[in-house]
Design a protein. Sequence first.
Lengths: 344, 318, 587
Amino acid sequence: MTRYIIRRLLQAIPLLFIISMILFVLMQNMGDPLATMGGRTVTKSADRERLSRQLGLDKPIYVQYLYWLIGNDWAKADLDGDGIPETPGTRKGVLRGDFGTSLLNRGVPVTKVIGDRLPNTLLLMVTAELVIIVGSMLIGIYSALNQYSTADNIISTATFFLYSLPIFFFALVVMYIFAVNFKRWGLPYLPTVGMFEPQVGKTPAQVAWHMVLPVATLSFVYFAAYSRYIRSTMLEAMGKDYIRTAKAKGLPRPEIIYIHGLKNAALPIVTVVALDLPFLLGGALVTERIFAWPGTGRLFLDHLARNDTAVVMGLLMMIAVAVVLFQIVADVLYAWLDPRIRYK
Amino acid sequence: METTAEKPNGIVQLPLDELETPPLSLGQLTWRRFRRHRMAIFGGVSLILIFLYSFGGALFISEAEANFTATGDRLQPPSREHPMGTDTIGRDIMARTIYGGQISILIGITAMIVEVLLGVTIGSMAGFFGGKLDSLLMRMTEAIIVIPQIFLLLVMAKFFGGSIPNITILGRTFSGSVVIIIVIIGITSWPYLARIVRAEFLSLKENEFVLAARATGTSKREIIFRHILPNSMAPIIVAATLGVANAIAAEAYISFLGLGVRPPTATWGNMMESAYNYIESAWWLWLFPGFLISMTVLSINFLGDGLRDALDPHSRAA
Amino acid sequence: MFQKPFVRSLLFMLIAASFVLAGCAQPAAPTAAPVEPTQPPAAVEPTQAPAVAEPTQPPVVAEPTQPPAAPAEKKVTTFIWTQEFDTLNPLYTNMWFSTITHQWWNCWAWDFDEKNAPRPVLVKEIPSVENGGISEDGKTITLKLREDLVWSDGTPLTADDFIFTYEMTMSPKNAVAATSPYDKIEKIEAPDPQTLVMTFKDPYAPWVGTLWHGLLPKHILQPVFDSDGTLDKAEWSRAPTVGCGPFVFAEWESGSFARFVANEKYWAGRPKLDEIFVRFVPDDASQIAALKAGDGDLGTFIAYPDMPDLEAAGLTLVKTFSGYNEGYYFLLDPAKGHPAIQDVKVRQAIAYATNRQKLTEDLLLGKTVPAATMWDATPYIDPSITPYPYDPEKAKALLDEAGWVDTNGDGVREKDGTDLSFIYGTTTREIRKDTQAVVQQELAAVGIKVELQNFDSDIYFAGYGEGGPAATGQLDMFEYSTVPQFPDPDTFDFLCAEIPSDEKPSGTNWEGWCDPELDALFQKQATEVDFAARQQTFYQISKMIYDKVYWLGLWQDPDFYAVNPKLLNIKFSGVTPFFNIAEWDLK
C-alpha cells in the first residue's frame, strides 16, 4: 500500500505540471487584463502600451509561464520603454513558493489575497458539508428502509424539488422571505448579506447568525443528490444475501442496518464525499455572491472577470493539488473499506 | 404428488408445480417491478405531458410569436391574451416556455448522452483493465475535474463565442451557443460517472461469477458487456437520470453567470435568469419556467428511480 | 428522528405559503413621474411613489440585530458597493468605486459641486486668466494653496506633495493606471510651499477636469519608494492610514467591508458623521434586498426596473448626470466593415427606424431621455440638435435611395448580391440584451437583418492585440456607454492615429473614424483655452457626428443613488459624487 501511495504521489507531479500549463494557456487567452483598467471608460492607448510593458504582459506566453514558474529575478525587464532591459525582476516563481502579485489589487501578494478569504470559505463550506452529510444520511437511510411509503414519496418529492430549483433563485427567495419580508411583518428575521453587522462587530454569534441562510441554501439544494446516492446504495446493500442471513439469524434491526448494511453501502458515499471535499476550497460561487460572503468563490469570479492571471492560477493550483491529494485519499479508503479491492 | 422418472444418466426431471407461474423475461419483470413505483409512473406521465407541451405546442404557436417584442406591453400579468403574462420587453411568456423548453430538454438529453458515453467507456476500461491504463485514465479524469466548469465555459465562449453561427434544425433557428453549453456540460460531468463505474468494476471484477466466466474462457469484451456492466446498471442509471437533471440545472446556473445560451434564443434557464431581478414584483416571470424546470427534473428523477429499482434484482428493503 | 422529514415537508409548505403571500402583498408600485435632465442635474429630486397599501415598517426604526441604538451613539452610515475597490491608491486605479471614495479620505485640488461646477478644495481659488492663475498663452497654470492644509497625522500638506505625486505618476518604475494629463506637463516647480507652477508643452484646455485627482503623502511614501524602488507594493495602497480628507481610512477586510472614521484633524472642520462603513455586495438583487431591509443606507448602480420597488420601500432616488451616454458605434472600415454601413444614408435610415423615445419610456421607465450626441447635457453641444425622430417610412425611403431593395422577397434588402445583414454586438447586461431584441425587430420591419452577439465585459472591451471583437472589426454595430473627460468634453479616442492595427494594437479608435475635418477639429479643441472658441469647435464636432451618424445616441446614462431618508444634507455631483460628505448627517 505504501508503494502504491508513493507511486500515486510521483504520478501526481507531472500531472500537476501539465494542468498548470493548460490552465495558464487558457487563462492567457481568456481576455485582456488591460481592457478594464480604464475604469468606466476604454483604456487609453498610451496607458495600454506602458502597462503592458511594465506588467510583463507583452512577453510571449511561454516566457510568461516560465516567469510564473521559476520567477524572473534572473532576467531583466525594460520598464522605461527605451527598448533596453535594465531592471531585474523581483519574482521568485511558484517553485520557490512565490505565487506572484495580483494585477487587480496591484502589488498585493497572491498568497495574501487568497489567504484573506480562505478562512471565511472554509467556515461556510465545512459547516454546510457537515449539515449536508448528516442530513442526507438521515434522509437516505430513512428512505431506503421505508421504500415506497408515503413518507418516502413526500421526502423524494421535496428533495428533488429543492434540487431542481436553480440555486441562485432559491438563495434569493430565501433571502426575501426570511430577511426582508419577515422583518417587514415584524417577525424575528435573519440578516440579508455579509458576515456581520457593522454596528455590532465581528463576533462569533454574529457570524453564526449570518451563516444560517447561506448554509441553508447550500444544504437544501444538495440534500437530494447525496441522499439519493445513499438511498440507492443502501437499497443495494440491504438487498444482499448477507442481510437476509443476518435477519434470519435474528440480529437486532439497528445492528443489521448500521453494521451490516451501512458499512457496505459506504463505498460510493466515500467516493462522492472525497471528490467533493477539495472543491470546498473553491467556495460556492453563486451563494457567496448573493449573500455577499467574502469567500474564495467570489474571489475567483472577480479576478477571473478582470483577467488577474496570478490570483486565478493560485486558486486553481490550490484546488488542483487538493483534488489530486484527495483522489489518493479516496482510493486508499476504498481499499481499506473493501478488502476485495486490490491494487496492482 | 410427485413421481420421479429416472433417466438413464441419473438426472431427475421434476414436473411443473401448477401453482408456479411461467418464467418472465427481463423486460416483463422490469415492467412489473416498475409499476409498483407510483412516483415513477407519475414521473413518466408528466414527462410525456411536458414533452407534448414543448414540442406539440410549437404546432399552435409560431416561433415568431415567441420572439415578438412589444415594449408597451411589458411586464403584464397573466391575462386572456397572454396566459402566462409578458416579459420585460413584452414577449409572450407561454410561447417562450414552449420554445425554451425545446432547447432546455435538448440540452439536457444531449449532454447526458455525452456524459454517459464518455463516463461509462472510460470508467469501465479503467476499472476492468487496471494497471497502467487505469492510472492514465484516472489521471486524465482528475485533470478534467480540476478545471472548474465555469472556467472552461468562459474560455470556450471566448474561442467560439462569436464564430458559431445560428443553427437551424427542423425549421427552428437557435443560437450556436447551445452546442457549446452541451459540450461543456457533457465534458465536465463525465468524470464523476467514470469514477463510480470504475469503483463498481473494481469490486465486481473480483466476484465469483467473473472468476467463473474467466475460467470458462469468456472473452474480455463479453465479460465487460454481458456480465459486469448489467450488474452495475443501477448507479449508471441513477447517474444518467441525475445527469439530465444536472444538465438542465447547470444550464440555469450558467445562465445566471451570464454565460448561458445567447439571446434572443430562450431557454428555461435564461428565462429564470431574466426573472431574477423581479422576484417580488413580477412573479409570473419565474413561476412558469421555474415550475417547468422543477417538474421536468422531478419527473426525470422519479423515472430514473423507478427504473433503477426495477432493474436491480437485489434492491429490496430489509 | 423520523419526524424530521415531516418537519421538513411542513417547512417546505410554509415556505411555499409565505411565498404566495409575498406575491399577493406587493402590488406593483406605479412608476414615478419622469424627470428630464436638461441641465447637469441639480439637487435631490424626491421621487416618491403614491402610497401603496402594505405593512411596511419605516426602515429607520429597525436596527438590525440589536436593541435600538441610543442617539448618543456613534453616527455610522452604511453604504453598499456592488464592486469592491481593487486598490485605494489614486494612482493605481481608475475604478469608479475606488475613485469616488477620494472625497472621503483623500483630497483633490478642487472638486465639483451638484451643478458640476468646480469648487476649490486645496486651492484658494480656481485659476483663471483674470486672477493670474493661467498665463496669457495658456501654457502656464499657477495654483495657490491654502495655508492651513494638514494630512490626517498632522504633517502640513504643501506643494511638495503635489510634485511628489507628479513624480510618482511619471516614474517608469511605477505601473500606474494612467499618466495623463501629467505627461503633458513640461515643467513643474514649487517656488514656495503654497505655490505650484505647472508649464505645459501646449496650451491644455481640459485641465480643470483632469488635474490632481488625489494626492500621495510624500512624507510616508518617499521612504517606501526609495527603499523598494517602486510604489507598486506599498502597504499604503491597501491601507492608506494617512489621508487628507474629512474621514480617515480605518480598515479594509478583503471581500467584506471597509471603514472610514472621522478625521479629527481635518483642516475644514470635523465632519458630522462619525464613521462610513462600506459593505461589498456583488449581486444586484441582493443589494436591492439589503437596501429594502434597511441593511444599507445608500446604494448605487441601480437598474431601472428596481427603482419603483426601492421607492415603495421608502428610499429616495437621486439622479445625477455624469456624462455617460449610451449609443451605437458603427464600424467605418471600408475593408472590414459591411458595405451598407459605410453609406451615411443607411446609417441615417437606422436612426429613423429605431424608436428610441419609446425605448426610454418603456424600458427605462421614462427616467432618462434619448441622447443626441456624446456631449449631451453639457454646454458644448449645438442646441439645435435633437435626437433623430422615429420615422420608419423615411427609413425605408432612404434605404431605397441608397440602392438597397428587397428583390427576392425574403424580407431582407440586398444590393449587388450582398444582404443587408450585419452583426450587432454588446455586453451581457440585461438592459442591453432587451434593447437588442427590440431594435432587432424594429430594423427587421424596414428590411434590415441584424444578428445579435453578446460578450462578457472584459472580452468585449479587449483591445486589438487581445482579439477584442469590437477592436478587431468583428462587429458592425456595437453598443456601449462612455464619457469624455467629464465635465470636460475632451476626448482623443477617435483620432485617425488611434485606429488599431498590427503596428498600433493599443489604438482606441475601434470605429475607424478617419474624417480629416473631424480629426482636425478634435485636435484643435484640446488646445483652445478660451471657452467660447472651444464651445464653437464642439458645436461643429457634434453637428458633424450627428449629421453623418458616426454615433447614434440611445439614451443618456445618468447615475442613480438610492438613499435612505435618514441621511440628511445629501447632495451629489456627477463628477465627484460625495463632494459634501463632510456635511452629511444622520437623523
